[in-house]
Design a protein around this ligand. Sequence first.
Ligand code: SF4
Length: 293
Amino acid sequence: MEYIDAKKIVMSTGHLNWDYLAHEYVMNIYRGCSHGCIYCYARSNYYEKTDNFNCVRVKKDALQIIRDDLRRKVKTGVVMVGSASDSYCPEERELKLTRNTLELINAFDFGMSVITKSSLVTRDTDIMLDIKEHSPVSINFTITCSDDEACRKIEPFATPTSGRFKAIEHLAKNGITTGVLMDPVIPYITDTEENVREMVKKAKYYGAEYIYISTQVTMADVQRDYFFQEAEKNYPGISEKYKEKYKNYYYCRSPRGRKLWNAFVETCEKEGINYNMRVANQKIRRGYGISAI
Ligand code: SF4
């Protein structure tokens, strides 16, 4: 395992985004990610300047730095555990740095939120339940396609779609708030109404409290190169389609965006699952003394 230097790990966001997952602080213990998602924005130079993003590195003395960062904060709040890497990457199984971080978050009375593509997150249900006693907790699974076959092509080393839904079921049955982030919907690959409708139905069936959708993917520098290289293996001709349609645009919006949104809203309303993130944030924070809307 390669270690990298860090002076500070828990950063203040400076504002709360009620239209996504509201959190006061953000942190990344790991740099890089071995899940290999072909569209990963964290691979771009805007986020993590690293030669080999697929190789996970650990911040040296991470737990001591996190402890000191939390101790110095004047106000408690919700910490987003991992934003430019997956805190439940395969390496976490042995290293347990995320688990130990949750213990610190609990000890210092902070709340937590996580976005992951790994069922390993269920290992830490016990600590999440402890945190929930005093602060908000939400576990969010990015799931971009409803079937495992497509998932293997675009997120090759993450827990398959079916395993992520099972993890939602486990957490929901244990009283932990879970949500599904269908983000990104990838133009010309996963942007079908059928996929959107199936995703909403499964989110509801397995116990997610809310679902979010983004019908676009972002593309920048090395991220774009990696996407073309990997997507071509299973979707020949896709890079030409993108070059023609999106040139060098950062936001690549699905040409079916409006139809997808309509299908999404219609299915959410039919199934009775929340898709309003303001309402989701309100529910997550209700009853706790911090930063209610
Ligand atoms: S899990 Fe997240 S950080 Fe890891 S490769 Fe996939 S998109 Fe990137």
